[in-house]
Design a protein around this ligand. Structure first.
Ligand code: MRU
Length: 346
């Protein structure tokens, strides 16, 4: 099956080049395939803040490689020496827990006696490889839940662009497509940054999976026509009770899905689960520049003086989630007990 899947998975957005990190610049896709070369940890932090690299797992992977750049820049593996640089990296974006998770993993390694640059290199490589393996496993587990002849709707971009490859929610969609189970794949535009319109349908088109773009506001109508049986999304932070932060608009999709009897699947590796966060009320929601709403490609499209509010994530309550797919297993209707059981069983 993994061989079959690789036919539908050609893009790599985060690429270690031996002395620098090469990032596919996601700000200019789909019209330009341009790369940004990061030669310092600060350059990687800026690339994360500016959305050159984006998507929770990809941000974590980039942070792993940034730690290696930091070790080389400081010529030290001492945690105390590296801590300001590590803290700067974590501050690049607040909501996706994979960033803090990857840096904490590096901190633990650096705290071990005799840690070497080679060990840091191998850990960064492991973070990346484990993500791809997790995606392959989740693709299998998630696609098993989908009945043949189903239609699916996804949000934002959760594909190879957002991960080490294959994707989370898009990995499940790729697998279900490879198994010829899908009669329709729909993607919402995902305003204001248009990850669905610019990235998801491009990524799927490149890999031969025809997806249909819809305006975010068309989702309820699509559901009312019974053209989708599953909404399948990724996550940026999943709490101990299953509450899930993801790209803004996810929550309203979950509410609409419940109303229409459409099932709702979250697909994310365990690196996105934050068992230290009891529920969604504690998650910091990133607020971005209102200019992302008032301007399009640098041109103002809204009357001068009009105010805009731009939260870029929202929290879907666990009660609206039918299935949480992780590489450790599937949690049906997640709650605190079932989330604990997931980790206890692994
Ligand atoms: O602001 P972004 O583009 O980094 O937001 C990404 C999302 O919300 C994705 O849906 C999520 O990170 C899952 S990516 C596998």
């Amino acid at each position: 099956m993994i061989d079959l899947l690789s036919r539908f998975d050609s893009i790599r957005a985060v690429d270690w080049q031996g002395d620098h990190l090469r990032l596919l610049d996601q700000r200019v896709l789909p019209f330009e395939e341009r790369f940004v070369e990061c030669r310092s940890p600060a350059a990687v932090a800026s690339a994360i803040t500016d959305l050159v690299v984006r998507g929770a797992p990809a941000i974590g992977i980039a942070a792993g490689w940034a730690t290696l750049l930091l070790v080389r820049e400081q010529r030290s593996c001492e945690l105390a020496t590296l801590e300001p640089g590590l803290a700067h990296l974590v501050a690049a974006r607040p909501t996706a827990v994979n960033l803090a998770w990857a840096v904490d993993r590096m901190r633990r390694l650096l705290a071990t006696p005799g840690c070497t640059e080679q060990a840091v290199f191998e850990e960064a490589q492991r973070i990346e490889q484990e993500d791809l393996q997790a995606n392959q496993r989740m693709a299998m587990l998630g696609s098993e839940l989908i009945a043949p002849g189903s239609g699916v709707l996804t949000h934002c971009n959760t594909g190879a662009l957002a991960t080490a490859g294959l994707g989370t929610a898009l990995g499940v969609i790729r697998a279900a497509w490879a198994q010829q189970k899908l009669k329709g794949v729909f993607a919402g535009e995902t305003r204001p940054w248009n990850q669905g319109a610019r990235l998801t349908v491009w990524e799927l088109f490149k890999d031969g999976i025809p997806a249909t773009l819809i305006a975010d506001s068309a989702a309820s109508h699509l559901m009312s026509e019974e053209r989708v049986q599953w909404v399948i999304v990724g996550a940026d932070r999943i709490c101990a009770n299953g509450d899930t932060a993801n790209k803004v608009g996810t929550r309203q999709l979950a509410i609409a899905a419940r109303y229409h009897g459409v099932r709702f699947m979250v697909v994310a590796p365990s690196s996105t689960i934050d068992m230290a966060m009891p529920d969604g009320s504690g998650i910091e929601i990133e607020l971005r520049d209102p200019g992302e709403l008032t301007h399009s490609r640098g041109v103002r499209t809204v009357a001068e003086g009009v105010d805009a509010w731009n939260p870029v994530f929202d929290v879907t309550p666990a009660g609206l989630i039918d299935a949480l797919v992780t590489e450790l297993g599937v949690v049906i209707r997640p709650n605190t007990r079932r989330m604990r059981d997931l980790f206890a069983a692994s």
